[in-house]
Design a protein around this ligand. Structure first.
Ligand SMILES: [Fe+2]
Ligand SMILES: [Fe+2]
Length: 183
């Protein structure tokens, strides 16, 4: 599978999980109990998903696309900075979840706003990559660039003990869990 197709497939799977998180939050807002473990597992999946063969690959693609002139280096687009922002929002969301889990009296609307900010940032970011980064990379990168990215992916994936198979198992577990609750 081409690297861009792999990244797009990751996005499709991530959007599915974001949708699950949105449904969970809406239930919570309407007065139901928040399925804390399910919500945290979905968030954890998304964190791991971007850690393994995703964000650093896009950072590299972004760097090479700028080098090849396919993306203007005028600061209008900054994919690595957006990745940092998403990591920051993810940490803020996890902290908010832990606080709400520990203290039932906290306003539900507060968790909803933190969650909405995270969901919107993730969706907006993926959309920007799909309409800007990926087409620019497809146009501008040379075969040698794609080979360099592949090598980079292999060497980076050796740095971690989580692999694509573990991630896929985790994704299926979260989906099955959600379906069980809402079937
Ligand atoms: Fe990204
Ligand atoms: Fe992405």
């Amino acid at each position: 599978m081409h690297i861009l197709d792999k990244l797009k497939k990751d996005h499709q799977q991530m959007k599915q999980l974001l949708m699950i998180m949105e449904v969970e939050i809406q239930h919570f807002i309407s007065g139901e109990r928040l399925d804390y473990d399910l919500f945290c597992s979905a968030l954890e999946y998304l964190n791991r998903r971007v850690l393994i063969n995703h964000h650093f690959v896009e950072d590299k693609i972004f760097e090479l696309a700028q080098k090849r002139g396919a993306i203007a280096a005028d600061g209008r687009h900054n994919i690595p900075l957006e990745h940092e922002k998403i990591a920051f929002l993810s940490t803020a969301l996890k902290e908010a979840l832990d606080k709400v889990e520990a203290d039932n009296e906290l306003p539900r609307i507060w968790l909803m706003s933190v969650a909405q900010e995270y969901l919107q940032a993730q969706r907006r970011h993926m959309r920007e990559e799909e309409i800007m980064l990926f087409p620019a990379a497809k146009r501008g990168l040379l075969n040698a660039d794609w080979e360099e990215i592949e090598k980079f992916m292999i060497s980076r994936s050796q740095d971690t003990d989580i692999d694509e198979n573990d991630l896929e198992d985790m994704r299926k577990d979260v989906l099955a869990w959600h379906q069980e609750v809402y079937a």
